[in-house]
Design a protein around this ligand. Structure first.
Ligand code: ACO
Length: 330
């Protein structure tokens, strides 16, 4: 844990479906309002998939953009890892469905489930596989169709989540200064019910009862999650900076998982960083779980907020509970 990984980001791509839900949409049928939502979460809009879209179709759109950015053909990929909590179906993996949509076969394709920390988990795995010499062009994606597991009758969760995909293509680094300087991932399963879906798995298979009791939707303990996320993100930042000797000021940008503007603000204020050093997209996309960091990374590269040679920190806390951080010299 923590040793540099000689892997770089060769390309990024992202996708969010065109349909947008604003706060007035929720206020039109739920006992809520923009006045409640905005100050507590920072969310103005979130995107929702169309009826023919799925996690894998969004992942495909993000992949095509990442391949174009990397100047690669799809046939050059040699490994696919998809982080998701909303695979198209319980079986097979979203990664295999994506592979089929991409028109390729033979190479390994698999899902990992680490909720909102999934992209960082996937990038740690990809970096290690590259460092080991086993693979050279790894596609890592975070993709989520959270609107399909959100209970639109529950105001506690309905307003928070959206759909998107963020893709990263990783390759071996030929320049020693460009690498993953730090990474750590962790989890605490004692908090498994902070955010969870009680029904539809092997513990409580789908039945009339699970449907009637709405157990196939996400349930959340908002206050506990909030406190845990702030503490854990701050601890991850401290660890990453301490182990590398990098100062917060040296970072060009921090891309935190986007669950709540107030959680991100609390970390920023503790580090005494100016607002422009923290990427925010929760205002436009809501919480997109594994997609949020890839979405942010792609936006930052496309808009010139991040360029080759810059130091960037990725940071996540998610269901499980899981967490992770990474410092990359791009
Ligand atoms: N509109 C109006 N009222 C609402 C809404 C809503 N959309 N949602 C909740 N309320 C009400 C509650 O019912 C409660 O009312 P009551 O006191 O009459 O029971 C009241 O607002 C206060 O609820 P709290 O949960 O205490 O409100 P809080 O200030 O904590 O904000 C929030 C809630 C925004 C969910 C916050 O707790 C939060 O962001 N938690 C973290 C959530 C998170 O990160 N989720 C992501 C999943 S995992 C991850 O990404 C890390």
């Amino acid at each position: 844990m923590g040793q540099p990984l000689e892997a770089i980001i060769a390309g990024t791509g992202s996708y969010a479906p065109p349909e947008v839900m604003d706060n007035d949409y929720f206020a039109s049928y739920l006992d809520t309002s923009a006045e409640w939502i905005v100050p507590r979460t920072g969310i103005l809009t979130r995107h929702r998939v169309g009826k023919d879209e799925t996690t894998a179709t969004m992942a495909k759109a993000a992949t095509e953009r990442a391949l174009k950015d990397a100047g690669m053909d799809v046939s050059e990929l040699d490994h696919i890892i998809v982080g998701t909590v909303t695979a198209d179906r319980p079986l097979p993996s979203a990664a295999c469905i994506l592979q089929n949509l991409l028109g390729i076969s033979e190479i390994p394709a698999w899902d990992l489930q680490a909720a909102c920390s999934g992209l960082i988990y996937g990038m740690v795995m990809a970096g290690s596989l590259i460092q080991s010499g086993l693979y050279k062009n790894i596609l890592v994606i975070g993709a989520e169709t959270l609107t399909r597991i959100t209970d639109y009758e529950d105001r506690n969760t309905a307003v928070l989540f959206g759909d998107a995909a963020g893709a990263v293509i990783m390759q071996p680094s030929t320049d020693p200064s460009r690498c993953i300087l730090h990474h750590h991932i962790g989890s605490d399963g004692s908090k498994y019910d902070y955010v969870w879906i009680p029904g539809g798995g092997s513990a409580e298979p789908a039945s009339q009862k699970t449907v009637n009791e709405r157990l196939h939707y996400m349930k959340m303990r908002g206050r506990e999650l909030f406190k845990f996320a702030v503490g854990r993100m701050e601890a991850s930042i401290d660890r990453a900076l301490e182990e590398t000797g990098i100062k917060a000021d040296d970072l060009k940008l921090i891309i935190p998982h986007q669950s709540n503007f107030r959680i991100i603000e609390s970390c920023r204020k503790r580090l005494k960083l100016p607002r422009e050093k923290m990427l925010i997209n929760v205002d436009r996309y809501g919480n997109t779980s594994t997609a949020s960091i890839g979405l942010g990374l792609d936006e930052a590269r496309r808009t010139g907020r991040l360029n080759q040679g810059d130091l960037v920190m990725l940071l996540a806390v998610g269901g499980g509970m899981t967490w992770g951080a990474m410092i990359i010299r791009l």
